[in-house]
Write a protein that binds this ligand. Sequence first.
Ligand SMILES: [Zn+2]
Length: 376
Amino acid sequence: MSKSCAWDDLIGQTKAVSYLRSAIDTHTVGHAYLFVGPAGAGKKTAAKAFACAMLCEDGGCGACGVCYRIKRGLHPDVQVFEPEGASSYLLREQIRPLINGVHMRPIEGSRKVYIVGQADLMRDDSANAFLKTLEEPPNDVVIIMLAPTLDSVLPTIASRCLVVRFARIPASVAIDLLRSRTAASRIEAQAGLAATGDVLTRAVEFLESSSRRAARERMLGILKDLTALDEFDVLASARELLTLVKAPLEELKEQHVQELLSRQEFMGKAPNKSVEDRQKRELTAREREGVAEILNVTESWLRDCLVMSQGLGDMVVNGDAADAMEEVAAIMTPGAATRALDAVNETRRRISYNVSPQLAIEAMLFDIREVLLCPR
Ligand SMILES: [Zn+2]
């Protein structure tokens, strides 16, 4: 068996990976990169693997403390910036810690790496403030920006970066890759992709987490019975669902305790505020991810019911729930599916504007129930 390596997390992007690895091998790492490619292609995973390859003493072994902390977002010299919520980098405040900190020396290693997500949302104010940094970054700094396409990024930003393209991975290839990574069956792999919005690395985590799969199962059960539920049942179901979504957080909290302990042991340092803040952000991000999975499952189930109603049963992605869909498929119409899918999107929007996930999901279940009771 070959040695483990940070790049192992990256699935199906051999071209981009070999480009980045050769930059490491030939000591020609640039100061600013722009990773472009569709959601789910693995841009952020690649940025972290690249950081591992730069900072790990073993060239990115994927297994040492340095690699581990980079992957978990806990390494002080590797910082990830992403706009919070639905808004963009509206205020330069969101990017200010990067601009202000760029000239400080690395804390542990020889380099500092900044990963800037959703660079396509960077406009005017934030972009102008950032350009100066991007033009003349200090020698020990590598900035990696992520965006869905090259065109979506302001030309003034894009022209200062080395562009690395990430390909869209075809569904059939993604399923095969997932099956080679996990013990999942074909049907399970397909369901995992649907639940995670086709993000391969997340699908791997999803398939390996019994609690996340349990939340999906529960959501499918609620959808199947939705028209038979009274108001009280709907509210109770939403509550139960949110409890399941939060279950994986307990595992994460336990890991955080271990991290703080080992930090004290190895570095003789008590946890400082920045570590605690980062852990708090990680918990929030994981909860958001869990809620997003529930919405993805709902969306894919509604699409499945629609394709089934059109006699295209072999296009169903939630194959394990196909039998239970027949009843809904029998009454589903394109108009009803559209209204129900609108309810899912509205839920995403509400949550991005900080409506509590519980309230948003309750409202969604009532909306979808109404559509299914009166499909038109
Ligand atoms: Zn390592």
